[in-house]
Design a protein around this ligand. Structure first.
Ligand SMILES: NC(=O)c1ccc[n+]([C@@H]2O[C@H](COP(=O)([O-])OP(=O)(O)OC[C@H]3O[C@@H](n4cnc5c(N)ncnc54)[C@H](O)[C@@H]3O)[C@@H](O)[C@H]2O)c1
Length: 379
């Protein structure tokens, strides 16, 4: 029997679309015991939200997210609005006993993230943070390869998240998507926006980070708001840090929006005693693998096309060789969430996992400020 799960979503931008698509598609590709019902959606502009609701099939529109939280016919609050709204919405939703799903980064600072984690755990309801890259089949396969012990002892973890869309000084501060340049709204710059993804993946694949040393830079300090008034930029344009993992391996992380030509190069390489893996989101259906146990004359990096039914999630999609894309990572994540709901078990990454990521981001920023090593667990 399929149970209805009534969703109330906040935000109709980039993530509002990605999540709406996932809610509509998940039951067509995964056998899960719950069917999301697109009950109500709220965002700032009533007209735009109404048009969005018509396009995606949301039943009703609210002008204020508080109405979603108060509504008795809503089971899940899904937060797809900018970072500075996450705390207030999650706290209110948890207090009302709703299931809370939240976009990343969990909050604009560690204090908020801690309060949110406590609140959802106190409510006893399932919670999840949409670090969707764990659901890229090639990254899930990397996790499997590592857990099978095929890399042996890990020495190095190397991650980058490179984009180039803020190089022009004409990119404004504030507005759709460009709220990312506004400190009060975003909390942090690329550290919270891009490094957070790299950190979540790294914690999942390689375990906890014991200490970090960060360096940040603001390349364009003076921009304009949409109305032409001057705005000073206070978030990090670039964030580079060294990390030592609890398993003894060393890591380097680099995130920027100033890497000309790089659009969404979210990559990692992990080197172990017995082998290595390399992944790049710009070739997301591939995982590169080097196996030192191969015969000497056949040694070399191999490219695994992660589209077979033996690969994570792929049995639910098309025939081998047919690739899936960015939007499927959200559908895969939602399917995992619905399965966890059915079994009444923890789904990862949840608020507690995202809190650990937030503590690493905060440690990096604190380290860059203080110019010294910082241990995330001591913050
Ligand atoms: N998982 C990912 O890969 C990923 C990718 C992009 C964005 N995100 C995260 O998703 C969140 C939203 O980002 P986006 O790119 O969709 O932003 P966006 O600018 O495209 O859309 C933001 C939406 O939130 C609404 N909104 C803003 N303030 C609001 C308020 N006070 N109350 C109700 N609605 C409000 C806006 O009207 C808009 O509909 C952010 O936290 C971001 O970091 C995650």
């Amino acid at each position: 029997m399929v149970n209805q799960l009534k969703i109330g979503m906040v935000g109709t931008g980039f993530m509002g679309r990605a999540h709406s698509n996932a809610y509509r598609r998940v039951n067509q590709f995964f056998n899960v015991a719950y069917e999301p019902v697109l009950k109500a959606v709220a965002a700032r502009s009533k007209d735009k939200t109404e048009a969005f609701a018509r396009r995606w099939g949301w039943e009703r529109v609210e002008s204020d997210w508080k109405k979603l939280v108060d509504a008795p016919d809503i089971d899940v609050i899904d937060i797809c609005s900018p970072n500075n709204t996450h705390h207030e919405i999650a706290m209110a939703a948890a207090q009302k006993g709703k299931i809370v799903l939240c976009e990343k980064p969990l909050a604009i600072n560690l204090t908020q993230a801690r309060e949110m984690t406590q609140a959802v755990e106190k409510s006893g309801k399932l919670n999840m943070v949409w670090f969707n890259y764990r659901r890229v089949p090639a990254i899930s396969l990397a996790k499997q390869v590592i857990d099978e012990g095929r890399l042996g002892k890990i020495f190095h973890y190397r991650a980058t998240y490179l984009q180039d869309w803020t190089i022009s000084p004409k990119v404004p501060v504030g507005g759709a998507a460009t709220w990312r340049l506004e400190k009060e709204v975003a909390g942090a710059g690329v550290s919270g926006d891009l490094s957070a993804h790299n950190i979540d993946t790294a914690l999942w694949l390689n375990g906890s980070i014991s200490r970090v040393f960060g360096m940040t830079e603001i390349f364009i300090r003076n921009r304009q708001r949409l109305d032409g008034t001057p705005a000073s930029v206070e978030i990090d344009d670039v964030c580079t840090f060294l990390a030592q993992f609890q398993n003894g391996s060393n890591g380097t992380f680099e995130a920027t929006r100033y890497a000309r030509g790089r659009k969404n190069k979210n990559s990692f390489e992990i080197n172990g005693e017995k082998g290595s893996l390399y992944f790049d989101l710009e070739n997301m259906h591939q995982l590169q693998y080097f196996n030192h146990d191969d015969p000497d004359h056949l040694q070399g990096w191999r490219t695994i096309l992660v589209t077979g039914s033996e690969h994570p999630y792929m049995a639910n999609w098309w025939v081998p060789g047919c690739v899936i894309g960015y939007e499927h990572t959200f559908i895969n994540a939602l399917a995992d969430f619905l399965k966890a709901l059915e079994k009444n078990e923890r789904v990862r990454p949840d608020f507690r996992d995202a809190l650990e990521t937030q503590s690493v981001v905060e440690a990096v920023l604190e380290s860059a400020r203080a110019e010294k090593w910082i241990k995330p667990e001591e913050l």
